[in-house]
Structures are given as C-alpha cells and as structure tokens.
Design a protein around this ligand. Sequence first.
Ligand code: TYD
Ligand code: MG
Length: 454
Amino acid sequence: MTKAKTHFVCQSCGYQVPKWLGRCPGCQEWNTFVEERVVEEKVPERDLLGFETEAVPTPITEIVGEERGRFQIGIGEFDRVLGGGIVFGSVILVGGDPGIGKSTLLLQVMNRLASKGKRVLYISGEESLQQTKMRADRLGISSEHLFVVSEASLEKILQDIQTNRPSTVVVDSIQTIYSSELRSTPGSISQVREASSRLLYLAKHLSIPIFLIGHVTKEGFIAGPKVLEHMVDTVLYIEGETTHAFRILRAVKNRFGSTNEIGVFEMKDSGLVEVVSPSEFFLSERTESTSGSVVMPSMEGSRPILIELQALVVPTNFGLPRRTAEGVDVNRVSLLVAVMEKRLGIHLNNQDIFLNIAGGMKVEEPAADLGVISAIASNFKDKVVDPEMAVFGEVGLGGEVRGVSQSEVRVKEASRLGFKRCLMPKQNQEKVKGTKGIELIGVRTIQEAMKALF
Ligand code: TYD
Ligand code: MG
C-alpha cells in the first residue's frame, strides 16, 4: 500500500511546502507548519463567486456605483462599528479571546433581529442546544424567530441555510466547522479556508449576511485565519480584560465603512449592555481630591473618551527604581520621567513610579504625555490637580508641549462632562473655537504647565 501523499501547510497564512520548515517564508511566523494530506482541490468556476466570466476592463466613469442595502440591528454601538448597519451578503468575522463575550454579543444581536420578525439562524459548533438555551435564558432571550442548531458539519450547515433561508446567520465558531470532503482536522487552515470560502459564496449568492466567530490565540492572531481576514468583508475584534467589565468592539477591516469607529459595552449579569457615554463610565468611580489623579480626553478613532490617569510615586526601598504602567506604554513613561528630571529638575531616580488607567482602558496616543507628567508630578509633590481640569498634549524631549489632533473634539467632550478648565498645547488652544463654559489654558512647555497646575 502506498503512503498517502502529504504536504506541510502554514497554519497562519496557508503557505504550502513539501518538507517541514521551522519558519514560514510567507508570513515569517515560527512553528506554524502542520502536515496535511494532499487533497485534490477543484478549481472553482470563475462565476462561482459571482464574478463575470469574461471580465472586460471598464472605464471607471462607466461603472454604476450601487450602495448595497443595509439594515440596522438596533444596537447603536454595534451598528456604528459596522458603518451604519449590516450590508446584505456581507461576511463579518468577529474575533476575540476566549471568554471575552463573542457568543454572548452575537446571540444578543440575533435576538434583536429576531424580535423584529426576521428569521435568524445561530449555528453552534461549540456548544450544545442546552448550553445555548441556558445562555439565552440568562440574557432574557426568547423569540420564536431565533433558530438554533448545534452542528459542525459544513455540508449540513450549507444545506440548512439553503433550505431555511434565514435573514442572518451566525457560525460559532469557524474553527469548529469541518468539511467531510477534506481529511484534515477541524480548525486546521485547510478546513477553515474551505468552510469560509463556501460560506462566503453562499452569503453572496443568497445575499444574506453571515457572521463568523473566530478565536484569537494567546499570541494575538486569530488561530489560522490570517487567510480569513483577507477573504471576509469586515473584521471586528472584541477587546478588553476578562477582569474588567468593559469591552471595546473595534473594526480592523471594513469594506463597507470606516475602521475608526469603536463600540463600548459593559459585561453585566444580563449580557453586554451598550455604554452610550464611555467618559461617564470611566470617570464614575473617580475620587476627586487625591493627588496623582488627572483626567485626560483621549481619542478612540473619531470618538473622545475621558479617562483617569493615576500615578503613585513612592521612595525606592531597594536597588533600582521600578517603573510600572498599566494601560500606557512603560517605555514612554520612562522617557517622560527622564524629561521631567532634566527639564523640571524633579529627582525621581530614587522613586518607584506606578501608573494606571482607571477601569482598564489602554491609551496609545502621545496626547497622554502631559497627563502622565501631571499625574506623576502631582503625586510626587502630594498636591491635588484641580478636579475640574482636563489635561492633554504631546511632550517632546526638550520639554516642549506639542499640538495634537482633534483638540476641539477633546475640549468639547471635557466641557460636556462639566470640566471647567483644560490644560492643553498653546498651538491647539489658538485653533479651538466655539467652546463656552470651559477655560482653555494653552502652554508651550512643561514648565509652564507646572506653573498652571500647582
Ligand atoms: P462568551 O460569550 O461565552 O465568550 P466567548 O464566546 O467569547 O468565548 O462569554 C463568556 C463570559 O461572559 C463568561 O465568563 C461569563 C460572562 N457572562 C456574563 O458576565 N454575563 C452574561 O450574561 C453572560 C451570558 C456571560
Ligand atoms: Mg463562545
């Protein structure tokens, strides 16, 4: 008997090689090759994916642009991230760490649609019908239009969709679905690719949207489906810490909208609840009269969110001073501490510094610099920063305060939440217009900022 022919397939990007390799030449990932049996793959007909068989180049001016129909779910934060609702025939990949709330969110989305009278199908390859029912009870879901099937066979799923013609489908998760035509195990790149391409074709063919749930591995990418990200129309990620209640839904790719939008949710006992005003949510537990606490208007895409930066500066007991940061880049903090030493003459080389963003938010933009410096200085001097003041601005190595983008939006958000003063770059202050009720204090250097603060 001859040995079955095999080859090695990169589980991250799908690169194929006849012999095992340690590093994938396609995506440079290590240890991603897995032996798989060679399957004779049929080359699909061109028009299987809905393309013209004879594609003739057309002048762009003669192409009729058609806005594909959308429908809204009715969960504002979710619709916003999708760019204003679900597009018919689109395939949306929803990724995130295990336990972050993917199944919960999509069950809630399906329930919304079902309660509007749309027939929707939730395919669970991971959980039994009873498990899904228990979750639904917890979420208070009961709609006769929401159909659930516990199925992992791709062929049966395709059949189900074709016969039932639901208006929307969720596949939870794409890594559990397998095609009996392939011999590789569920979750392997061939299976994931096969399942998604056939679901993709079906979605376009029947013009129904399909949500695919995908797990993200610890390393931070969706297991296998880097390939998947290229195939689908939209990729959404649910971010957050399982130790904190808030979740951010972010579009990292969207063929039908911007990728700047985020949706904020809070995980409660009854499922995910929209957070309409994230600023209020993140400032809700603030104690105003503690030193080391500074409020900063950060931007998440096009959305301003006020966050509270907290610093704790304590003498080093032993050895090297520690620098610990949660939610901000610790290297950036070290750099800013060096700037403070040099330009403000504050000696921090015998102090441990701990920085934290309340509520578990993360801020990556340099606009947080001035806030970080203010918080550290405030705790070090043990002087409270005016609780009605918001602070933002980038800080350069020379101690200069540099302008940042979208300053007007930041100031307006601070003003909306009742802040009376805003410490900001001078350059931005001159451009911000039409903000009544909030005093703008523009500074050029961190020395000026310290004078204004304390
Ligand atoms: P789940 O949706 O199963 O996560 P995923 O599909 O991304 O793996 O969510 C699981 C977590 O959410 C679980 O730890 C419990 C929590 N949870 C709530 O806090 N409230 C709820 O109403 C539900 C259904 C889950
Ligand atoms: Mg799940």
